[in-house]
Design a protein around this ligand. Structure first.
Ligand code: GUN
Length: 298
């Protein structure tokens, strides 16, 4: 899955999607179970529309049912909660994902906490966050779980390694720290107020950057030989490509860091493709658990 120092998330994600597809074939054959994933998009944020379209396409490609709900930007919290209630009660729905961000009139955490925790394939419900923190059987947020899968594929046993996670969001930083703790790493969670962030990062055997600041982590923040996981996806101007052109960069200055790191995820083609692949995996897991069927190893 990984060539030289570059961790090929695109290839790993393709392999995972194919394993999910095989698992779905087995569920249909042996249990007559075709898992269904419901995705809810409120408003028409262009990036969210692209994500939702890709999620739906890859769900169908893996042999599962995709159920899409598109609601206008001025949707009330009451309307959204009513839809969540219907999806919770619908036997054909195994996973529910509400695309974030939500418009300002809606209390996002209240909506996420209205999702049946057994169908919470994003792992954002407070019950799943609590289970992850206490070592229970949780549905785990897709992006950090994707990072963990890449790390284990590259490094094998992570025990005793010092992992520094830069970023403390509920979606990535906090669950990433919990997963690394669960894998027996020594974990530091750093953030914008951390004193001497470069020195802290230089202590990391595993450095996970999830801050949303283009190329913030520089080459001299990386310990020689460290494994660097770049969660950032930032669109920045690229005047060298022509007027008005843009490019995607991560939270890590790739060329500088790659010269020092033992292994590093590129942007694009690193963590990004893992998120939807893990979402599909979580949907299979949710479908099986809810029905007391053994979860296939993926
Ligand atoms: N918006 C950006 N990333 C995510 C994600 O992982 N899940 C959801 N629901 N919305 C997002």
């Amino acid at each position: 899955m990984s060539t030289g120092g570059i961790i090929d998330g695109k290839a790993f994600a393709a392999g995972l999607r194919s394993r999910v597809g095989q698992a779905v074939d087995g569920l249909i054959r042996e249990h007559g179970l075709k898992p269904g994933l419901a995705v809810v998009l409120v408003g028409d944020d262009p990036a969210s529309r692209v994500y939702v379209r890709n999620k739906a396409a890859q769900t169908v490609e893996a042999g599962m049912n995709s159920i899409e709900h598109r609601l206008p930007d001025d949707t009330t919290q009451e309307t959204l909660l009513a839809l969540i209630g219907e999806l919770n009660a619908d036997e054909a729905v195994d996973g529910i994902l509400v695309q974030l961000p939500l418009p300002g009139q809606i209390d996002a955490q209240a909506v996420l906490d209205a999702i049946d925790p057994a169908k919470d394939v994003d792992g954002f419900h407070v019950i799943n966050a609590g289970r992850l923190a206490t070592g229970g059987a949780a549905l785990v947020p897709c992006t950090p779980l994707g990072c963990l899968l890449l790390l284990k594929d590259r490094l094998g046993d992570l025990s005793g390694l010092h992992a520094v996670v830069v970023g403390r969001s509920n979606i990535v930083g906090k669950p990433m720290a919990q997963l690394l703790l669960g894998a027996n790493c020594t974990v530091t969670v750093a953030h914008s107020r951390t004193r001497d962030l470069p020195a802290m990062c230089r202590q990391a055997d595993i450095l996970v950057a999830a801050v949303g600041r283009p190329e913030m982590v520089r080459g001299d923040w990386v310990k020689p030989g460290a494994t660097v996981i770049d969660v950032g996806i930032n669109r920045v101007p690229a005047p060298d490509k022509g007027e008005g052109k843009t490019r995607l960069v991560g939270d890590v200055a790739f060329a500088e860091a790659a010269a020092v790191a033992g292994a590093i995820t590129p942007v694009p083609g690193g963590v990004g493709p893992m998120t939807i692949a893990v979402l599909l995996r979580n949907t299979v897991e949710a479908a099986c658990r809810r029905r007391g069927i053994a979860v296939p190893t993926l």
